[in-house]
Design a protein around this ligand. Sequence first.
Ligand code: GAR
Length: 187
Amino acid sequence: MVKKKACVFISGKGTNLNSLIHNSRDTNFPIKIDLVLSNKKDALGINFAKKFSIPFKIFDVDIKEFEKKAIKELKDRKISIICLAGFMKILSKSFLRMFRGKVINIHPSLLPKYKGLHTFKRAIKNKDFFCGCTIHYVDEKMDNGRIILKKRVNIDEDDEVKTLQKKVQSLEYKAYSMAIRKIYIKN
Ligand code: GAR
């Protein structure tokens, strides 16, 4: 299998990045992570790039400048898919137009429910029975593009934000890779 070249954008811990790195080491996984870009100089996720000798760049600047620098890197390295993994900035229309259909994101809710922040708190407050994560294409509106895959978990009576976050995050690690397989491996 000829793997597609991927770039992961991060802003924080990077645990989804870590799981993507692990899965992408499987010869049958459709992508290879060729680059990690962080918009935060103190993002812990950078350590995963270092650990696995994946090229990384930190552009801790405003989003306009970040995009400008990112475009150069993405073009130079012929990246064909951009995976947002805890990247907490909104990409501009012009950036998304340039990489149309090539940017995907993972969001910690069952979209279209709970776009934006504090998804677990909102799900608990509304006494929802389920919560989960969604992987979707990124379009110009926040947490909005075409859905690739959703995975859900039960919200138990004694769940609080921390426990729910833990449950959903371990689900995310499986779901993100499943979604990437779904994009490239047609049956
Ligand atoms: C993940 O739970 C991801 O779903 C969420 O940020 C976390 C990043 O964790 N993303 C968003 O809220 C984007 N709207 P990580 O840095 O450990 O992968």
